[in-house]
Design a protein around this ligand. Structure first.
Ligand SMILES: *[C@@H]1O[C@H](CO)[C@@H](O)[C@H](O)[C@H]1NC(C)=O
Ligand SMILES: *[C@@H]1O[C@H](CO)[C@@H](O)[C@H](O)[C@H]1NC(C)=O
Ligand SMILES: *[C@@H]1O[C@H](CO)[C@@H](O)[C@H](O)[C@H]1NC(C)=O
Ligand SMILES: *[C@@H]1O[C@H](CO)[C@@H](O)[C@H](O)[C@H]1NC(C)=O
Ligand SMILES: *[C@@H]1O[C@H](CO)[C@@H](O)[C@H](O)[C@H]1NC(C)=O
Ligand SMILES: *[C@@H]1O[C@H](CO)[C@@H](O)[C@H](O)[C@H]1NC(C)=O
Ligand SMILES: *[C@@H]1O[C@H](CO)[C@@H](O)[C@H](O)[C@H]1NC(C)=O
Ligand SMILES: *[C@@H]1O[C@H](CO)[C@@H](O)[C@H](O)[C@H]1NC(C)=O
Ligand SMILES: *[C@@H]1O[C@H](CO)[C@@H](O)[C@H](O)[C@H]1NC(C)=O
Ligand SMILES: *[C@@H]1O[C@H](CO)[C@@H](O)[C@H](O)[C@H]1NC(C)=O
Ligand SMILES: *[C@@H]1O[C@H](CO)[C@@H](O)[C@H](O)[C@H]1NC(C)=O
Ligand SMILES: *[C@@H]1O[C@H](CO)[C@@H](O)[C@H](O)[C@H]1NC(C)=O
Length: 645
C-alpha cells in the first residue's frame, strides 16, 4: 500500500513545468469559468428565513415528485424484502411502509469522510442497502438506499456520493469497476480507477512530473479569467480522473481528453435517474477556515481544526449556502463564481472542485512555508506556489467569490470578505455530514449514519457524534440532536462503533432517530482491513473488494448474541425497519409493539438520563444505560481490557 506521498522527484517536476503551464490541454478551456448576462429572473442570494426556514423551489419540487412517484413503491418493496426474511412485523410497520398509513417516513443517509477508506467502506454499506443487489435483498437490508430522501456526504465520502450521482446511480460494483463498455463516448463514467494513485499515477517519476504539469496547465485558464486558483484546483483536476465522468483506465495519463472538466455539480440535474427523481437528493458539505472565526471554540479534542461555530456550507444540485442561523442564505450552484445580479458566471461549479473542496484535508499540515515544503504534498505544493503565487490568497484552501458579501450583517463572519476560504467538510471536528439532515424544513425522521472516521488508528470511536452534539448547543432553535455519549471510551467499551446502535429512541420528536453504523473494528473473526490511512490514495482491487465485503457485514450483522465468526442477529432486518418507521409511528399515535419492542431494547443507547423520560421505549438492554448498570458495564469493560494486556 502506497500513499500519495510517493516520492515525486521535485527537480523533475520543476523542470517540466515551465513548458506545461502555458500549454493548453483539452481540459483547460472547459475548466475555465465564463461570464455572461444573468437570466432576467436571476437572484444572486436567496434568504432562507430566520425562525422558519424554507427550501429552494428546485429542492421542494424534486422532493414532492420523489414523494409522489418513487418513494411509495420503494418503501413497499423494502417492506417485502424485510418480510422475506421471515420477520413478523407489527401491523403499524407494514401500514406505514406499505403506504396504508397517513404518516410517511423520511430517511436521510449521512456518509462520513475519511479519504478513500471512507468512500470504500461507505460504498460497501450502501451496497448492502441497495435493492438491486440480490445478496442485500437476501440479507433483508436492500431497499433503504432507494427509499432514502436525502444522502449527505463530506470529504472522501463526497467522492462516493458525487460519483454515484454523476454516473447516474449504477450499482456499487458497476460504479467502482464498470463493465468494459467499449463506448467511444468520452463522457461515460469509467470507474474509480482506485488502483491508480491520485497524485502520483505512474511508477515512472518523469511521467508523474508531466502529469502534475498537465494538471497545472488545466487550471491556468481559470487564473487568467480572473479567479484565484489554489492547491484545491490541482486536487480537483487530479480527483476528476477518478470521481467524475470522462476518464477510463486506458486514458488516465493522456492529456488529449478533458477528464471531466466542464462536468458541473449542477449538471447532476440532467442525469436520467435524477430527472426521474430516482436519486436520493445529494448534498455535499464543506467548512471554512475564515480568519474571522471565534478561535476559542476550536475543539481539537474531537479533531477540530476550525471553530465549531464557523458556518457549515452545503452544495446541492440547486443551491450552495448555509442553514446556520448566522447566515441562512443560498446562491444558485449553477452560477457560483458570480458576484452580482447582472454578470453571471457559469462553469465554476465543476463537480471535481466541489469534491476537492469538501476533501481539502491539507489544512491539517502545518501551512508555514518551510513545513509545507517538507510535508507529503510539498513535492507538488512547492512548484505550485512557484508557478501560481498570488499575494493575499490562501493557497491551500479553496477560494470562492463570496456571493454573501454584505448579507446577514455582522452575525455572518465573512460578510465583509470578497472570497470564501473553503476547506474539508470535517475540519470542525464533525466528520459526519449530519447538519443538513437536522434542518427542520427537510423534516428528516431518521438518519442512517455511516461513520468511517479515523478517530483512533484508522477506526471510528464516536468523536464526530460528540462534536455534532456539541455544535447543536450553539444553535438550539435551529438543530436538535438526540443525546449521545459524550466520551469516546463509552462508544468503544459499549461496542457502539462495532455494532449498529440507535440514538434518540426516547420519544423526543424534535430530534431525528439516528441509526449509527460505524467502522469501529473488523467483523467478528475477520482480519483487520478497514483501518487504512485517510492518506492512502490507491488501493489494489483485491483489498478494495475485501473491504467492500467486510463493510457489507457491518450493515447486515446487527448485534449478534454470539461471538462466533459470521454471527448475525436474525432480527436485524426487522429492527432496522422498526427504526426507519419509528418517528412516523409516533406521529400516528401507535405504540411500539411486537418485534420492535425487543429491537429497541437491544439497539437503543439510552444514556444521559434519557431512560427516565422514555415513554414506550423503556430500555432494558444490558448496555448503554447510565446509572448503576451502565457504570458496571464500563467497569467490567475496563477490567476486560486490563486482563487482555
Ligand atoms: C456520466 O456517464 C453516465 C454513463 O456512464 C451517464 O449515464 C451520465 O448521465 C453521465 N453524467 C453526466 C453528468 O454527464
Ligand atoms: C501532453 O502530453 C504530451 C505527450 O506526453 C506532451 O508532450 C505535452 O507537453 C503534454 N501537454 C500538456 C499540456 O501537458
Ligand atoms: C467565542 O466563544 C466563546 C465560547 O463560546 C464565547 O464566550 C465568546 O463570547 C465568543 N466570542 C465572540 C466574539 O463571539
Ligand atoms: C458584476 O460582477 C462582475 C464580475 O463578476 C463585474 O465585472 C461587474 O463589474 C459587476 N457589475 C456590477 C454592476 O457591479
Ligand atoms: C510561496 O511563494 C512566495 C513567493 O515566492 C513565498 O514568499 C512564500 O513563502 C511561498 N509560500 C509557501 C507556503 O511556500
Ligand atoms: C509550523 O512550522 C514552523 C516552521 O517549521 C514552526 O516554527 C511552527 O511552530 C510550526 N507550527 C505548528 C503549529 O506546528
Ligand atoms: C463542547 O466541547 C468543548 C471542548 O471539548 C467543551 O469544553 C464544551 O463543554 C462542550 N460543550 C458542550 C455543550 O458539550
Ligand atoms: C429533546 O431534545 C431537545 C434538543 O436536543 C432537548 O432540549 C430536550 O430536553 C429533549 N427532550 C426530552 C424529553 O428528552
Ligand atoms: C471518559 O471516560 C474515561 C473512562 O471511562 C474517563 O477516564 C475519562 O475521564 C472520561 N473523559 C471525559 C472527558 O469525561
Ligand atoms: C463488546 O463486544 C465484545 C466482543 O464481541 C464482547 O466480549 C463484550 O461483551 C461486548 N461488550 C458489551 C458491553 O456489550
Ligand atoms: C452484491 O453484494 C455482494 C456483497 O458485497 C457482492 O459480493 C456482489 O458482487 C454484489 N453483486 C452485484 C451484482 O453487484
Ligand atoms: C440468540 O439468538 C437466537 C436467534 O434469535 C436465539 O434463538 C437464541 O436463543 C439467542 N441466544 C441467547 C443466549 O440469547
Amino acid at each position: 500500500m502506497i500513499g500519495f506521498a510517493k516520492p515525486i522527484l521535485l527537480s523533475t517536476v520543476l523542470l517540466t513545468l515551465t513548458g506545461a503551464v502555458h500549454a493548453q490541454s483539452a481540459a483547460t478551456k472547459p475548466y475555465t469559468p465564463s461570464f455572461g448576462q444573468c437570466p432576467s429572473d436571476f437572484s444572486l442570494v436567496r434568504l432562507a428565513g430566520s425562525t422558519t426556514q424554507t427550501l429552494s423551489k428546485g429542492e421542494s419540487d424534486y422532493i414532492s415528485a420523489r414523494n409522489e412517484q418513487v418513494l411509495p413503491g420503494a418503501w413497499k418493496s423494502y417492506l417485502e424484502t424485510v418480510q422475506g426474511t421471515g420477520a413478523n412485523l407489527p401491523s403499524y410497520i407494514s401500514d406505514i411502509l406499505g403506504g396504508k398509513g397517513k404518516e410517511k417516513p423520511t430517511l436521510g443517509i449521512a456518509q462520513s469522510g475519511g479519504g478513500l477508506r471512507a468512500a470504500i467502506v461507505g460504498a460497501g454499506i450502501m451496497n448492502a442497502l441497495d435493492s438491486r443487489n440480490q445478496s442485500s435483498k437476501a440479507a433483508g437490508t436492500g431497499g433503504l438506499l432507494q427509499a432514502a430522501t436525502y444522502v449527505s456526504a463530506l470529504s472522501g465520502g463526497s467522492w462516493l456520493v458525487t460519483s454515484l450521482a454523476l454516473a447516474n446511480y449504477p450499482t456499487i460494483q458497476d460504479l467502482i469497476f464498470p463493465p468494459t463498455s467499449g463506448s467511444s463516448d468520452t463522457n461515460v463514467f469509467g470507474g474509480w480507477l482506485a488502483d491508480t494513485n491520485v497524485l502520483a499515477p505512474s511508477t515512472d517519476q518523469t511521467t508523474n512530473a508531466q502529469f502534475i504539469g498537465t494538471l497545472f496547465g488545466e487550471i491556468a485558464g481559470k487564473l487568467q479569467a480572473g479567479f484565484p486558483v489554489t492547491f484545491a484546483d490541482v486536487w480537483s483536476r487530479a480527483l476528476a480522473r477518478h470521481f467524475v465522468n470522462g476518464t477510463t483506465a486506458g486514458n488516465v495519463l493522456s492529456n488529449a481528453t478533458a477528464h471531466g472538466a466542464g462536468v458541473t455539480f449542477s449538471s447532476i440535474a440532467n442525469t436520467p435517474s435524477f430527472v426521474a427523481h430516482q436519486q436520493p437528493f445529494p448534498i455535499v458539505l464543506v467548512n471554512t477556515d475564515s480568519s474571522n472565526g471565534n478561535k476559542s471554540v476550536i475543539f481539537s479534542d474531537v479533531g477540530g481544526l476550525v471553530p465549531i461555530t464557523n458556518p457549515i456550507y452545503e452544495f446541492n444540485v440547486y443551491e450552495m449556502g448555509s442553514w446556520d442561523p448566522t447566515l441562512s442564505a443560498f446562491t444558485p450552484t449553477q452560477y457560483l463564481g458570480s458576484r452580482n445580479n447582472s454578470i453571471c458566471v457559469t462553469g465554476f461549479d465543476q463537480a471535481s472542485l466541489i469534491e476537492a473542496t469538501s476533501s481539502g484535508l491539507f489544512e491539517q499540515f502545518n501551512t508555514s512555508a518551510s513545513a509545507l515544503a517538507s510535508s507529503p504534498i510539498g513535492a507538488v505544493f512547492t512548484p505550485f506556489n512557484q508557478t501560481f503565487f498570488q499575494p493575499n490568497v490562501e493557497l491551500i484552501s479553496a477560494q470562492y467569490p463570496n456571493p454573501f458579501k454584505g448579507v446577514a450583517g455582522q452575525s455572518f463572519i465573512d460578510t465583509n470578505e470578497d472570497l470564501l476560504s473553503l476547506v474539508d467538510g470535517g475540519h470542525d471536528g464533525e466528520n459526519i455530514p449530519i447538519q443538513p439532515l437536522l434542518v427542520k424544513a427537510r423534516g428528516v425522521d431518521t438518519i442512517f449514519v455511516i461513520d468511517v472516521s479515523d478517530d483512533d488508528k484508522g477506526f471510528a470511536t464516536g468523536r464526530s457524534m460528540i462534536a455534532t452534539q456539541n455544535r447543536t448547543t450553539f444553535y438550539p432553535s435551529s438543530y436538535s440532536f438526540p443525546p449521545v455519549p459524550g466520551n469516546t471510551s463509552t462508544y468503544v467499551l459499549q461496542n457502539l462503533t462495532t455494532r449498529p446502535t440507535f440514538f434518540g429512541c426516547n420519544g423526543n420528536t424534535t430530534a431525528p432517530l439516528v441509526i449509527y453504523v460505524a467502522n469501529g473494528g473488523p467483523p467478528q473473526g475477520q482480519p483487520i482491513l478497514t483501518n487504512q490511512s485517510s492518506f492512502f490514495f490507491d488501493y489494489p482491487e483485491d483489498l478494495l473488494q475485501s473491504m467492500l465485503q467486510q463493510s457489507f457485514t457491518f450493515a447486515t450483522q446487527g448485534r449478534p448474541n454470539s461471538t462466533a465468526a459470521n454471527a448475525k442477529d436474525p432480527e436485524w432486518p426487522a429492527c432496522l425497519a422498526c427504526a426507519a418507521a419509528d418517528r412516523a409511528r409516533e406521529r400516528s399515535g401507535a405504540s411500539r409493539s411486537g418485534v420492535c419492542v425487543g429491537c429497541f431494547e437491544r439497539y437503543c443507547w439510552e444514556g444521559d438520563g434519557a431512560a427516565a423520560t422514555g415513554t414506550s421505549s423503556k430500555a432494558k438492554s444490558g448496555y448503554g444505560r447510565n446509572g448503576v448498570d451502565g457504570v458496571l458495564v464500563v467497569v467490567l469493560g475496563l477490567l476486560a481490557l486490563l486482563m487482555l494486556h
